[in-house]
Design a protein around this ligand. Structure first.
Ligand code: PMV
Length: 284
């Protein structure tokens, strides 16, 4: 056994990729509207024996499957002796996502690959546009609450729930998707420092459209109403769910200094994440 082989055998070669939240644009992005997504400080790590460790809750809208696809794609590149080329990682992760989800927008593997904040738009299968956003203004602190793992997969939500609603009432669903686009653009102008915005109002409006297209379950709607009644606002982040839980919801409460007491009174177990974190990377 030569020295190089010994090094490989004992090597702790790892790559990690982040999860994400969708500030605005889930579902609409499948129909060619924009989405605003941020990488979070919860990561999935794969080593060279392809063992996986993850801090991202699975199947709850935080991009666990995309982080897996990105990390595996990066590790495969490394195995073939190539450098971590993000363009190649993204393309390979997108192909893997297609096998999981059928017709994904590609936003999840993009944010997990590139990190930070992305404005993402799929114009056509061959043209996926995204732009990194330099956040000029501090975003208000957001909290996450996990309503639980939805019974439906992302593919089922996209094809059988929202897709079905679209096929049956195209005009109505299109109006809601356009509403989401408006919210998404208002967030963009806010983040880039062009305009002020009322974060609570934007989140409430976005949630209303997501409810209109059928992405939110009755039990999650009652959580959201309870949160709104108590002075906060919330929206699902990701594909959502209709039969049981709807995965992660993103919460905003204007009096963050009191959020612990507030969430305790509401009986919700919230957690904070950092937004705009780094994309796929080597780990030692
Ligand atoms: O898989 P999730 O829960 O992160 O949802 C992805 C967002 C969707 O817009 C619903 C699907 C997509 O491909 O963009």
């Amino acid at each position: 056994m030569n020295r190089e082989m010994v090094k490989q055998k004992g090597s702790k070669n790892k790559v990690s990729a982040p999860g994400k939240v969708i500030l605005s644009g889930e579902h609409a992005v499948v129909y060619g509207y924009p989405a605003l997504v941020a990488a979070v400080d919860r990561r999935l790590t794969v080593n060279d024996k392809l063992e996986v460790k993850s801090e991202i809750p699975m199947g709850c809208g935080m991009g666990s499957s995309a982080a897996y696809a990105v990390a595996i794609s990066a590790m495969n590149l490394k195995h073939s002796g190539k450098a971590l080329d993000k363009g190649k990682i993204y393309e390979s992760a997108y192909e893997i996502e297609k096998q999981f989800h059928g017709n994904p927008s590609g936003a999840d593997p993009a944010i997990s690959t590139y990190g930070g904040w992305l404005w993402y738009r799929k114009e056509a299968e061959a043209v996926k546009l995204f732009s990194r956003i330099s956040v000029a203004r501090k975003l208000p602190d957001l909290l996450l609450f996990n309503t639980g793992k939805p019974e439906e997969t992302t593919k089922e939500m996209v094809v059988n729930v929202v897709g079905k609603a679209y096929r049956e009432s195209q005009d109505k669903v299109t109006a809601s998707l356009r509403g989401i686009e408006g919210v998404c653009k208002a967030w963009l102008r806010f983040l880039t420092g062009e305009e002020k915005a009322d974060a609570g109002e934007l989140i409430r409006e976005n949630e209303k459209y997501l409810e209109e297209i059928g992405a939110v379950s009755e039990s999650t709607k009652s959580w959201v109403r309870k949160i709104e009644k108590a002075g906060g606002s919330a929206k699902i982040s990701g594909a959502g769910g209709v039969k049981g839980a709807s995965g992660i919801i993103l919460l905003y409460y204007p009096h963050m200094d009191q959020f612990e007491r507030w969430s305790e009174q509401l009986g919700i177990d919230v957690f904070k994440v950092k937004l705009g974190e780094g994309g796929v990377r080597n780990e030692r």
